[in-house]
Design a protein. Structure first.
Length: 232
């Protein structure tokens, strides 16, 4: 008796020929294979592990995985906006300040981002927070308020150097807001007002000084020429 003519008992007890069994097996195999198909978008890459070993990157497009053998992790290559939580810092001139910032980064090497650090967004956020406190703690308040561009550049460079081994590129870091105590704000306002008054007095004194020089020159001319005095 050939294989195609074999009789197999159905779970209900009714006989079932071998052909439907083969069809069922093929259908199950096809379903399993379809279930292991993945589609990666243009901005995604797949980090593939085969029996635990790292394989070449996959994507974009259709990716077929081997059931029970392959494991793939999707990695987004788009720029990520990272909001750095407000940080309490003490400036170099001992002024307490509350600073928040925003950073922009993207993955440039998906394999490193998965294999070198457990969760790269969290790790990048922690590095950004500690760097923010460290860099701003070495600057005085005037620098923090007036030279943000230079501070932003230093922050970006330091954070990028630390995340480079993870395959992360930090493109921009921007200090968004600096909050100082209300008492310090009042003191700064009084200082600014005093500075304006000082400048006004200096300008007034300069005007008096120049006027006195002009009067002196005029008196010299008149004293040397009685005719000029008569005409005056």
């Amino acid at each position: 008796m050939g294989f195609a003519d074999a009789v197999v008992k159905h779970p209900t007890g009714a006989p079932m020929t071998g052909a439907p069994v083969i069809v069922s097996i093929i259908a199950v195999a096809v379903a399993i294979q379809i279930a292991n198909l993945r589609v990666l978008r243009e901005y995604q890459r797949g980090v593939l592990f085969r029996l635990g070993r790292l394989r070449p990157l996959r994507g974009p497009g259709l990716v077929a995985l081997i059931p029970l053998v392959d494991r793939m992790i999707r990695v987004d290559l788009r720029t990520v906006t990272l909001t750095i939580p407000p940080q309490e810092v003490i400036t170099r001139d001992n002024v307490p300040a509350r600073v928040n910032a925003v950073a922009y980064f993207r993955v440039v090497d998906p394999r490193l981002a998965i294999t070198e650090v457990e969760t790269y967004p969290v790790a990048t956020s922690q590095i950004a927070q500690t760097t923010l406190r460290s860099v701003l703690g070495r600057a005085d308040l005037d620098t923090l308020l007036a030279e943000r561009d230079q501070l932003n550049k230093s922050l970006r460079q330091i954070i990028d150097e630390q995340t480079e081994p993870w395959g992360i590129k930090v493109t921009t870091v921007e200090i968004k807001d600096v909050e100082i105590p209300e008492a310090m704000q009042r003191a700064m306002a009084r200082q600014a007002e005093a500075e304006r008054e000082r400048r006004a007095k200096i300008i007034n004194a300069e005007g008096e000084f120049q006027a006195s020089h002009r009067l002196h020159d005029a008196s010299e001319v008149l004293s040397r020429s009685p005719a000029a005095l008569h005409l005056r």
